[in-house]
Design a binder for this molecule. Structure first.
Ligand code: ZN
Length: 285
């Protein structure tokens, strides 16, 4: 299995049962990989730190350092701000150094802003899938993302976050983490069905909630969309019970509880991410 959504650095706990921040480095990431018997992890930098929410996830250079030490375990991504000067060169350099995707893209620019669109196109030119977080603060918002997918068809997106997963159901809601039964599929499902370049990752609480809030719907959704979903946890973030995503096994246990057919399970936990990554020319050289 491959966990397609991990970080190292400092994150804030949003659990009421664990107050403060959690800091992990490369040794802890490797401990996680070993303890869960993972084949590899996608290690995601974030372009900026957000001290106001206690978040200091490491940047691209640290991810590349980790990759150079453990190329067999770590799949490196890069992340830059859409406003950065020399963006094209930065991306080219990151690709040269082995980066196989872009993200976690988590900036406060509107998702459909021209600067973001330009960044998304650049990633497409380099064959980098973009792992993007959508909520009310970062890359707002879902409506904007609908515009993005209609404009940018040559770039692969792996979407996640509350702003995306709240749209799994068709009922109108302003809840960040809507609960309860889903009477009809929402717009997120339609986008996954209609856009071959859009995938979603089930990481963090938003993904977990979306696929568990209505188990009948969740099972059908996972089976039908097994070509478009990617397993990830958001390690080392903290779950609502104060445990840690990844080592807490919440995502994998949920997937297992649905008894999906073997092929669907394998696609979600391994094959889909391998299919959409930029090919690994770096190690082949
Ligand atoms: Zn994340």
């Amino acid at each position: 299995m491959i966990d397609a959504h991990t970080h190292i650095g400092r994150v804030k706990s949003w659990s009421r049962k664990l107050i403060g921040t959690v800091e992990t480095g490369l040794p802890e990431l490797l401990e996680y990989v070993e303890s869960q018997n993972l084949e590899k992890v996608v290690l995601l930098p974030v372009a900026r730190s957000y001290p106001d929410i206690g978040e200091d996830i490491v940047k691209t250079d640290s991810v590349l350092k980790a990759y150079s030490l453990h190329p067999d375990k770590i799949i490196p991504f890069c992340a830059f701000n859409p406003e950065d000067s020399g963006l094209r060169e930065k991306i080219r350099e990151a690709v040269k150094n082995g980066c196989r995707g872009f993200g976690e893209h988590k900036v406060e620019t509107r998702v459909n802003d021209e600067r973001n669109i330009n960044l998304f196109r650049l990633c497409g030119e380099h064959g980098l899938p973009i792992l993007i977080h959508i909520d009310n603060r970062f890359n707002p918002d879902f409506e904007g993302f609908k515009e993005v997918v209609s404009k940018v068809e040559e770039t692969v997106f792996i979407v996640h976050g509350p702003g995306w997963w709240a749209q799994i159901g068709g009922e109108k809601t302003s809840e960040v983490y809507p609960r309860g039964r889903i009477s009809e599929p929402g717009e997120a499902v339609r986008i996954l069905e209609e856009h071959r370049n859009v995938y979603a990752d089930i990481s963090a609480f938003s993904g977990l909630n979306a696929i568990s809030r209505d188990r009948d719907f969740g099972r059908r959704f996972l089976s039908r969309m097994s070509d478009k979903l990617v397993y990830g946890t958001d390690f080392p973030c903290i779950n609502p019970d104060g445990l840690q995503f990844g080592p807490d096994r919440s995502h994998i246990s949920l997937l297992e509880s649905y008894n999906l057919d073997e092929e669907a399970f394998r696609k979600i936990t391994r094959e889909n991410i391998l299919k959409i990554l930029r090919p690994d020319e770096h190690n082949a050289r």
